[in-house]
Design a protein around this ligand. Sequence first.
Ligand SMILES: [Zn+2]
Ligand SMILES: [Zn+2]
Length: 129
Amino acid sequence: MGVDMTHQHPPSRRATWQREAVRENILTRHDHPTAHEVHASLNLTGIGLATVYRHLAVLVTEGTVRTVVHDGETRYDRNTNPHAHASCTGCGALWDVPLPEHIAEHRPDGLEKVAGVQLTYAGRCCDCP
Ligand SMILES: [Zn+2]
Ligand SMILES: [Zn+2]
């Protein structure tokens, strides 16, 4: 009959396995998943979507992963080195490609300092008709 305090005060052991599950998932895939996709693949563990979002945010803050906004959706990217992306307009796949040479050193007029470059090539992938 006691009050369930689980949601207010999750035991630290539970918080740890959830954090590790999210970390392991994002670090072992290359498909730039959304938080929903990470959640879907961890569904059997019973982890909540809000928890997935929270741990992904921590991983971004600590620099373990970065985000890339694609088609208005935030995707999570385990590759934190400078790189460009290619995306398929047919199946929605998004993958890493090298930045064109020297683009990262180029400083456009009007920018005091370049903090980053976001470049996504779009087209049909080799697997799409
Ligand atoms: Zn495709
Ligand atoms: Zn990437």
